[in-house]
Design a protein. Structure first.
Length: 203
């Protein structure tokens, strides 16, 4: 498991490279964050093509901000991960205004492979993931963002609050109410999946 300090150090190195305008600094940022931000966009929008477009928009907006708009003193104190999620969320919201969220088959081959050679178990987990995505798509947008960021992406409430620009208490309320609107047990199931992932990363 990667510690919070290690993640902060990694983000610090990325920011130093961006501040110094080092060659490939932004490419390094994209490499570090593109998978997790795409996963977030996919689960928020529910459609792969829309998520890909939103992610392209997000990275373009991030590039413009980092290289043209943000002053160096603000960049030095930037909470990079929360800021990138916020930029991606804004891109997703812009897409969602034009298209209602739908759910494609979002279970990847990698997720199926993680269940080993048991096709029955893989199918069951894929069905649960698909059910979760359907429930997420039906949540009100403000609840959906909070639930995905906390339950699915595993961000602590403090980071979710930074992404959404809301007090921590409001975020907790949104997560709680959003989970209550979902099919009973699905949010708890996903929390269990996240715990397994963390345990595997730490092994």
């Amino acid at each position: 498991m990667i510690s919070t300090d290690a993640v902060a150090m990694e983000d610090g190195d990325l920011l130093i490279g961006l501040l110094r305008r080092q060659p490939d600094a932004f490419t390094a940022l994209v490499s570090a964050y593109q998978d997790r931000l795409f996963t977030f966009a996919l689960r928020y929008l529910g459609q792969r093509e829309e998520a890909e477009e939103a992610l392209q928009d997000a990275f373009l907006n991030a590039y413009r901000a980092l290289y043209r708009r943000l002053p160096p003193d603000r960049m030095q104190n930037l909470a990079l991960k929360a800021w990138l999620y916020k930029v991606t969320l804004n891109a997703c919201r812009n897409r969602a205004r034009r298209h209602s969220p739908v759910t494609d088959d979002l279970t990847t081959a990698g997720e199926l492979a993680s269940d080993g050679a048991d096709p029955a178990l893989a199918g069951e987990r894929a069905a649960l993931r698909q059910a979760l995505l359907g429930e997420l798509a039906r949540l009100p947008a403000h609840y959906r963002a909070a639930v995905i960021l906390h339950f699915v992406e595993g961000l602590p409430y403090q980071d979710v609050a930074a992404v959404l620009g809301l007090p921590v208490g409001t975020v907790k309320s949104h997560v709680h109410r959003g989970a209550l609107l979902m099919r009973p047990g699905l949010a708890d199931w996903w929390r269990g999946e996240r715990s397994k992932e963390v345990a595997r990363d730490g092994s």
